[in-house]
Structure formats: structure tokens, C-alpha cells
Design a protein around this ligand. Sequence first.
Ligand SMILES: Nc1nc(=O)c2c([nH]1)NC[C@@H]1CN(c3ccc(C(=O)N[C@@H](CCC(=O)O)C(=O)O)cc3)CN21
Ligand SMILES: CC(C)C(=O)C(=O)O
Ligand SMILES: [Mg+2]
Length: 264
Amino acid sequence: MMTAHDYPSAMFCERAELDVVLVGDSLAMVALGYESTNQVTLDEMLHHCRAVARGAKTPFLIGDLPFGTYETSAEHALRSSIRMVQDGRMEAVKLEGGHELAPTIRKITSVGIPVLAHIGLTPQRAASLGGFRVQGKTADRALRLIDDALAVADAGAFAVVLEAIPEAVATEITKRVGIPTIGIGAGAGCSGQVLVALDALGVYDRLSPKFCKTYGEVGKMSTDALAAYVKDVRERKFPESGKHTYPMAKGEEDKFAAAVAKSA
Ligand SMILES: Nc1nc(=O)c2c([nH]1)NC[C@@H]1CN(c3ccc(C(=O)N[C@@H](CCC(=O)O)C(=O)O)cc3)CN21
Ligand SMILES: CC(C)C(=O)C(=O)O
Ligand SMILES: [Mg+2]
């Protein structure tokens, strides 16, 4: 699984044969420049979801429910989920939380919208977690994470994201819970993995979680390419006559020169 946030990133996921594409609310930070994920609205998410749906036809598409669109009631969560499917062209939704969201997961899945749960480091709750901190580091906290995973599975979640938790804890959850686990900073014992595309591509450099691996230097390539363009234009090496320019119609150049000479 990989996140995507627009038409080209979705096309790259399609061509790279990703199984699942998540339109993550991390796009608030990586694509829109917000300070946190909690500033992005459902309408903004839907705008990105539609673009991703146009670019990725084969992968399973999941939309992240943004902060404030599913917490107040199961009914509100269902309404937001329906918009994700109907307006955003997503096939499933993701929400952050454990046992406390079990009734919400039951409500959304009861009408046939698949739900991906997300536990461990839940970025929408970063303020109460003390920032982007690894979760489940003590035996007591780890057991609570297992209970949360079991609760969301029992409520009908089709899979669960495990973010920033110790490898041993994620491996144990994966063994115990009857649904696939998708890890991000949770080790190879998970059923699958997810990363934020602009992290994997080496574009976003304002955060550098230990769990990120950079598979390309697209940020540097983009800056270098644009700098080369600026240099070429300033030195008048671009555009090249003939190669990047259009001729007039046959015989018209002479006529044009004559007409210009006459009018001058
Ligand atoms: N570009 C990007 N990538 C992400 O993975 C991501 C976002 N943005 N925004 C929303 C959340 C925030 N995430 C983050 C951000 C930072 C760390 C981080 O730096 N963690 C510390 C752990 C510190 C500790 O508790 O020991 C690290 O060193 O990895 C983790 C997850 C994951 N999500
Ligand atoms: C990293 C994934 C799991 C996510 O929630 C996001 O990109 O918003
Ligand atoms: Mg998210």
C-alpha cells in the first residue's frame, strides 16, 4: 500500500502495481503545506480523492476520514464515509482509533463500506500523545494495543494500520488478530506495509521518521531540473530555433517580410 494525493502520484502507483492506494490525510502536510493533518477538511480530501481515482484504476482505493468528520457520532461518520464513496470515488474509508470506535466501525460497515482501522501512533491525536511518538513501548500499553486491534477487527474492520509501534508488538498483533495488518514503522511481521509516497520518493523533507525509506531522489531531481531550465532560459539556450518553435505556412514567411517592410 502507498499513499497518493493527486493524478500523477496515483498513476505512478498504478504503473508500479501497488495493490492498495490510500489517499491519506498526510496530504495536508506533504501536498498542502499545513502544519498538521488536522487542518484538512473533508471537501479538500474529496478534491484529492477524485484526482487519485482518475489516476489509479486497478488498486483498491481507500480514503482517510479527516479529523472532525467521524468522531462525534456513528451517524456523522457514516455520512462522511458515504461522501468518500459517492463524491470521492473511494472504495473504502480509514479512521484513527481503537475500541472506542467499534460502534462507528459497525455502523459504516453495516451498509457495505469497508473500513480500515488505524491504531498506535494516530497523528490526528498527536497533541494528546505528546507529539509523533512511538506507541506501545511498555508491556501494559502493548496489551492495550492488542485489545484495540481485536476490538476493531470484531467490529468489522477489514484490516488495521499499525503505526510506529515496536516490532514485537506488531508481530504479536498480526498473529492474534484475524485481519491483515498494514505496518508503517511496525516492522516486517505485519501482513503488508504502507508509506507516504512523497516520503518514499524523497520529496518531503520536513519530517524524517525512522521508519521512512527513500526509494528515489525526486525532490532533488525536480529542483535540479527546474534550475537547469532557469539557467537555459537566462542564457537563451532554450527554446532552440526549429526544435521547440513553429514555422509559418509554406511561402508565407516571404510575404510576411514584404508586408512588414511595407507597413514599417
Ligand atoms: N510526510 C509524512 N510522513 C508520514 O509518515 C506522516 C506525515 N507526513 N504526517 C502525518 C503522520 C505523522 N507521522 C510521523 C511523523 C514523525 C514521526 C517521528 O519522527 N517519530 C520519531 C519517534 C520518536 C519517538 O517516539 O521515539 C522517530 O524518530 O521516528 C513519526 C510519524 C506519520 N505521518
Ligand atoms: C501513513 C498513513 C497510514 C496515513 O494515515 C496517511 O498517510 O495519512
Ligand atoms: Mg492518515
